[in-house]
Design a binder for this molecule. Structure first.
Ligand code: CAO
Length: 437
């Protein structure tokens, strides 16, 4: 059984002429009771018109630009009369349903009786009432309550949308969608994604200043880091590896080298230990698919190395690291970091990384929290090794301890897995013979 119900403009405080700003339904649409179906506007207020009945829209009687008044027909909707929950509670009893014994005519056979429930009240947003709806929204943003709600749900600060495509610059749902699309394609900037921007300050009022243009690398890195920071739930786990023996071996190896040969730094052993751990824990050599539904496991191992250059940070990638010797890795990194510092890296040199190492060990530090180079799922930070007294069960002995920091994407890596991964790296660095196993 089905009834045709008319949805009409309710009493909006005796205003005779109301502009139709936006119509959100078309014939064939299914609407729920109280779903917003149109936006109306008077000189003083804008309002969302909710459906006073839920069902399938048969006809829409208004269009943007029309003028309507109380009682104007907005739409007719076919309601399953058994479903009383789909008609506004204020529906008068005599208008409600047919006798249950009367077979319901199908639409093809005979037009259904037209019933008019008392329309649900329109949600009105006048400038005065706006702050009550959302304290964070400026009263100057020209948008209906449903568009404001839509913007809030997407985390968009509607005041950042400067001009809408609706009448008199009104912000429409499509304007909010376009704003979000733009923010995504441009990368998340300080003022995007609803995050309050940092206010501009005229520093010259406090003293002399000089303005330097950021390098392209710095600007792009900044955008990428902000995007990662906002998208990834990151955890950083700290560990220390005893590299006393490894360091002695490294020094001995370097002593054998001629002055033209590339010296080996501890980083080469760290790369090797990292690769061994990635083989043991494949979820670290993976990326989440863009929809977040799947983990893409990689069967190759390329490691990105963050290199500090005068123009900013770049990350050249060492390829197929698992099949290269320590000496090969040392020469390749020396070549790539030289190229990086001369600004000669090609885009291909920086693509295809599986995991990144950021080593500040040559500079100093005790710990830091590097940011994952997404879509990779983790990054290994390294700071300066130092001699420390370590308790061996009987006495304190001097050991060279290397601080390690692993930041991981917690959507992919669990805390325990992160800790095991680091334990594996620590064990291999503490006894590099294990890397042969
Ligand atoms: N502890 C103690 N000493 C260390 C060390 C550590 N963890 N790491 C490096 N060193 C020593 C090296 O042995 C070397 O000593 P010698 O000159 O006596 O041989 C010296 O520090 C300089 O090493 P290096 O930095 O030139 O070489 P590397 O292989 O360790 O690192 C590279 C190469 C490219 C990673 C590095 O030069 C670099 O650019 N680091 C900065 C990366 C960065 O900016 N990260 C921050 C990114 S934000 O996340």
């Amino acid at each position: 059984m089905a009834d045709l119900i008319e949805i009409k403009v309710p009493d909006v405080g005796g205003v005779a002429s109301i502009d139709v700003v936006e119509v959100l339904i078309k014939p064939g649409d299914t609407v729920a009771l109280e779903q917003i179906i149109a936006t109306l506007e008077t000189d003083k207020a804008s309002m969302d018109l909710p459906a006073s009945a839920g069902g399938t829209i048969q006809q829409v009687h208004i269009k943007p630009g029309d003028k309507v008044g109380e009682g104007s027909l907005v739409a007719t909707v076919l309601v399953n009369s058994a479903d009383t929950a789909q008609v506004a509670a204020t529906l008068k009893p005599e208008q409600s349903t047919q006798s249950p014994t009367t077979p319901a005519p199908t639409i093809q056979e005979q037009p259904a009786p037209v019933k008019t429930p008392e329309p649900a009240k329109a949600a009105i947003a006048s400038p005065a009432s706006t702050p009550v709806i959302d304290h964070s929204i400026s009263v100057t943003a020209h948008a209906s309550p449903s568009v404001r709600l839509f913007a809030r749900e997407l985390g968009v600060d509607i005041t950042k949308i400067t001009a809408g495509n609706g009448r008199k610059g009104r912000i429409l749902k499509d304007d909010v969608k376009s704003f979000v699309k733009r923010a995504i394609s441009e990368g998340v900037t300080q003022s995007g994604a609803g995050i309050p921007s940092i206010p501009a300050v005229d520093f010259s009022q406090f003293g002399e200043t000089e303005t330097l243009k950021l390098s392209k690398i710095k600007r792009l890195t900044g955008q990428n880091l902000s995007r990662v920071w906002l998208n990834l739930p990151m955890v950083t786990y700290h560990e220390e590896a005893d590299i006393t023996e490894m360091e002695a071996f490294r020094v001995a190896l370097n002593a054998e080298k001629t002055k033209d040969e590339t010296k080996i730094t501890g980083l080469m052993f760290i790369i090797k230990a990292l690769v061994a751990a990635m083989k043991q824990f494949p979820s670290f050599n993976a990326s989440l698919s863009a929809d977040g539904e799947n983990l893409i496991l990689k069967k190759y191992i390329n490691i990105g190395i963050a290199v500090d250059t005068p123009n900013g940070l770049v990350v050249p990638v060492l390829r197929n690291v698992d099949s290269k010797s320590i000496n090969q890795l040392a020469s390749e990194l020396a070549e790539k970091s030289d190229k990086a510092r001369l600004g000669k890296l090609m885009p291909a040199d920086m693509q295809g990384g599986c995991l990144t190492i950021s080593s500040l060990g040559g500079i100093g530090g005790t710990a830091f929290t590097p940011i994952v180079n997404a879509p990779e799922v983790a990054i290994l930070g390294v700071t300066r090794a130092k001699m420390q007294p370590v308790w061996n069960g009987k006495e304190f002995i001097p050991r060279l301890m290397l601080p390690l920091d692993l930041t991981y994407d917690h959507r992919v890596i669990d805390g325990a897995e992160g800790a095991r991964f680091m334990a594996h790296i620590k064990q291999n660095l503490s006894d590099i013979r294990r890397l042969l196993l």
